[in-house]
Design a protein around this ligand. Structure first.
Ligand code: CA
Length: 222
């Protein structure tokens, strides 16, 4: 039975989420402030955290920052007011996995929770992905290129993981955006191109090709 921590100070929303989780077969653990949420999340017994941004004591951003600072990789789905989505997306660079704008339907939240839980569990015990001389360690989140280690930011890791799961295949901006950023595609956003640029520098020349008008492709070498 997977325990899902629900850090939400509005009782109505907390009980709505807890009730839905229970009927979907999860064990909800509800708390109403950021400090308690952080304590629970750090115990390691929690499979996923649903984290409200507007929390008393420590806000959601601070909880997330401290969680990642202490090396926790627990998946987090952030709840945010619809009007603060831009701020939230900026704040998520700290390492959250996804967000949900309020008000939301429970089914939408459940779909994200299931997706994140599936992704956080490496398939058949695999702890790394490899393509040619590029290897990504899914536990330490470190990239190795021709035997040389490189540190990645949370977004770079998400991108690297996506490319390494589909070596030699063209991935569109839309696919990368929805897989790594998890929100609806904004055709005006160049965030994918920017982060592909960062990752390309870490991979070294010739490994991440731009396919004009289509997207990007990882070309394994070695
Ligand atoms: Ca709140």
């Amino acid at each position: 039975m997977s325990v899902v921590l629900v850090a939400e100070d509005e009782p109505r929303i907390a009980s709505f989420v807890a009730k839905g989780l229970r009927s979907a077969g999860f064990t909800p653990l509800v708390c109403g402030d950021g400090a308690t949420a952080l304590d629970h999340a750090l115990t390691g017994d929690v499979a996923l955290v649903v984290l409200d941004i507007g929390l008393p004591v420590l806000d959601g951003f601070e909880v997330l920052r401290r969680l990642r600072e202490r090396g926790s990789t627990v998946p987090v789905v952030v709840l945010t007011a619809r009007g603060s989505v831009d701020d939230t997306v900026a704040g998520l660079e700290g390492g959250a996995d996804d967000y949900m704008a309020k008000p939301f339907r429970f089914e939408e939240l459940l779909a994200r929770i299931r997706l994140r839980l599936r992704e956080s569990r490496p398939e058949s015990g695999a702890t790394s992905l490899r393509a040619g001389d590029v290897e990504l360690d899914l536990r330490t989140r470190r990239l190795s290129v021709a035997g040389e280690g490189r540190d990645l930011s949370a977004r770079e890791f998400g991108l690297a993981e996506t490319f390494l799961r589909h070596p030699g295949q063209v991935l569109t901006r839309e696919q990368l955006l929805s897989r790594v950023w998890g929100y609806d595609f904004d055709p005006g956003s160049n965030v994918v191109d920017v982060y592909v640029g960062y990752l390309r520098r870490k991979l070294g020349p010739g490994r991440l090709a731009t396919v004009r008008g289509m997207g990007y492709r990882l070309d394994p070498q070695g």
